[in-house]
Design a protein around this ligand. Structure first.
Ligand SMILES: NC(=O)c1ccc[n+]([C@@H]2O[C@H](COP(=O)([O-])OP(=O)(O)OC[C@H]3O[C@@H](n4cnc5c(N)ncnc54)[C@H](O)[C@@H]3O)[C@@H](O)[C@H]2O)c1
Length: 266
């Protein structure tokens, strides 16, 4: 049986300017670059975040918010835990009101809690799966009815090369990023009839604070593993994400775009 289709309302899909985007985990790193990429194209942006142990994410969020505002777009920045569906519902409804409309969702919030699987605690397993997969599900569900009723929407999930080519000690992370690819394809099937594209981007190693905190030999190895001989800069990823939200990509859905400098070729 065909799913019931909400009434179509017209959205001008010819341009991005003036539309609204949510970037989860958008205060730092890759999410921040994605939020700035949207703002640089006059897209209004909402970002959320939570505090993480040993890092002052709230301070980073303030800096990101200030930089986003310098583009002259509407900005909404708030603490919101994607693991909590009620928190997500509240955030999405405030973002919609503050930005004056929602058209793009980037599920970027993600964590890693690495460890050999025979020593991995159930807590580390659950925390990574609940953030990286259930969080993306909560956000997708929270925007779905709105996107369906306006007959327009773009969703991009940030997966990882580790989904297909895991290193050692990432069983929880690799499982979560592979599950995110499954969610991407299933959501593309269910939301496609409502003119909603759902894709995933799978970055290799990206030059963020997290990577800088790793030992030099690990970073060197990561560089050498790319056939282009370098790490991705956050903009190498953010431009692909924004492309997937543009009308140039209107016929791409349910796909995983690997942006890893050819790392997984060898
Ligand atoms: N950096 C890399 O090399 C790399 C490679 C592949 C994929 N990724 C993915 O890119 C995404 C961003 O990573 P990053 O490197 O910028 O790391 P990061 O730690 O700087 O960013 C993660 C952000 O997610 C937020 N967050 C964490 N848990 C949350 C929750 N429950 N609710 C809301 N927000 C939450 C944090 O506040 C933080 O701002 C992640 O999904 C990560 O798995 C990163």
């Amino acid at each position: 049986m065909l799913a019931e289709q909400p009434e179509k309302r017209s959205v001008d899909d010819s341009q991005m300017a003036g539309k609204g985007a949510i970037v989860t985990g958008g205060a730092t790193g890759l999410g921040r670059a994605i939020a700035l990429e949207f703002a640089s194209r006059d897209v209004n942006v909402a970002v959320n975040y939570i505090q993480l142990p040993g890092r002052d994410i709230a301070a980073q969020a303030l800096l990101t918010e200030t930089e986003l505002r310098s583009f002259g777009v509407k900005v909404f920045c708030s603490e919101c835990d994607v693991r909590d569906s009620e928190d997500v519902e509240r955030f999405v409804s405030s973002a919609k009101a503050e930005l004056g409309g929602l058209h793009f969702l980037v599920n970027n919030a993600g964590i890693a809690r690495d460890g050999a699987l025979w020593r991995l605690s159930t807590e580390s397993w659950d925390d990574v799966l609940r953030t990286n997969v259930t969080g993306a599900f909560h956000c997708t569900q929270a925007v779905a009815q709105h996107f369906r009723s306006q007959h327009f929407g773009k969703i991009v999930n940030i997966s990882s090369h580790q989904a297909q080519h895991p290193g050692f000690g990432v069983s929880n992370y690799a499982a979560s990023k592979a599950a995110l690819i499954g969610l991407t394809k299933a959501a593309a099937v269910e939301l496609g009839p409502s003119n909603i594209n759902v894709n995933a981007v799978a970055p290799g190693f990206v030059h963020t604070d997290l990577l800088d905190a790793l030992p030099d030999e690990v970073v060197d190895k990561a560089k050498k593993s790319s056939v282009l001989g370098r790490l991705a800069e956050p903009r190498d990823i953010s431009r692909v994400v924004v492309f997937l939200c543009s009308e140039e990509a209107r016929h791409i859905t349910g796909q995983v775009i690997v942006v890893d400098g050819g790392m997984t070729l060898t």
